[in-house]
Ligand binder design. Structure first.
Ligand SMILES: [Zn+2]
Length: 274
């Protein structure tokens, strides 16, 4: 499943190709994605408009168009976006095709169909159900550690579970939560409310560094084939603690331990993480 760094990498790749191009036509070959694709809505809101830029919220790509309509895409478990410059036969799972005014195409391919293709009318984003309840955006420059502290200070849930909760903060998957807590020196099973106000800026810094590093590693592999399950993201991230059970801690040499929290593996150093 693509994580936030992969989506950010894809966003950067699309930014090289899409802005300034107009969507001339949309072909829905198969509407049966996670939510049915509404072809009429896509046509009404998107066709004839030029792409201005591409934003991201959590793992949703937001393709901004003239007249302030938005194409929203989610890659689900197996979605891919292909930017096609020469005519190529459709493959079985090419579900939605966006024809651009320079004879190139953007194809949404998704074998497992957990992805999403939809359009948002001008002004409709605040009420859009799948965006409305999302938590903080970790790479948003305006995000304050103090706001996270205020929301967490009365919670007894383990901090790692809270970091993986998209209603609290988005995009911190299991590996990123493990790594961030290691760098911050915080035990993953510590109650979130026990983390002091002064520790939150450190933790937020660590989350941002881990995600930024993953984006950098994922940023070199994409060309005109923009995919979600290629080489990007954490596959190339050098992991400091995740998966290193029984190995020595990189900071202090103590033995890394593994526990299971809500069904997910947690790795930590019992000496460095308190
Ligand atoms: Zn250690």
């Amino acid at each position: 499943m693509p994580e936030l760094p992969e989506i950010e990498t894809i966003r950067h790749a699309l930014l090289k190709h899409l802005p300034g191009k107009r969507i001339d036509k949309i072909l829905v070959r198969d509407a049966r994605l996670r939510w049915p694709v509404d072809e009429n809505k896509l046509n009404q809101l998107l066709v004839g408009n030029e792409v201005t830029t591409i934003d991201r919220r959590s793992k949703y790509l937001l393709v901004r168009l003239q007249k302030e309509s938005t194409l929203i895409l989610h890659l689900g478990m197996s979605g891919q976006l292909l930017y096609i410059t020469e005519s190529r036969p459709f493959e079985k799972h090419d579900h939605v095709i966006f024809y651009l005014d320079d004879a190139t195409e953007l194809r949404f391919r998704d074998p497992r169909r957990f992805g999403m293709v939809d359009a948002i009318a001008p002004g409709g984003e605040a009420d859009y159900p799948r965006l409305a309840k999302l938590g903080a955006e970790p790479l948003d420059e305006s995000l304050q550690a103090k706001a996270l502290y205020e929301r967490a200070k009365k919670l007894t849930r383990p901090i790692k579970n809270l970091l993986m909760d998209a209603n609290f903060i988005v995009g911190v998957g299991n590996i990123y939560a493990n790594e961030s807590l290691f760098y911050a020196g915080i035990r993953p099973d510590k109650p979130a409310g026990d983390i002091a106000a002064k520790q939150w800026p450190v933790l937020l810094d660590c989350i941002q560094n881990v995600l930024t590093e993953a984006i950098k590693k994922g940023g070199t592999t994409l060309n005109d084939f923009v995919n979600s399950n290629g080489e990007g993201g954490y596959f190339q991230l050098e992991l400091a603690v995740y998966g290193r059970v029984e190995e020595p801690c990189l900071k202090c040499g103590a033995t890394i331990q593994r526990i299971v929290q809500t069904g997910r593996s947690t790795f930590f150093c019992p000496t460095c993480q308190r």
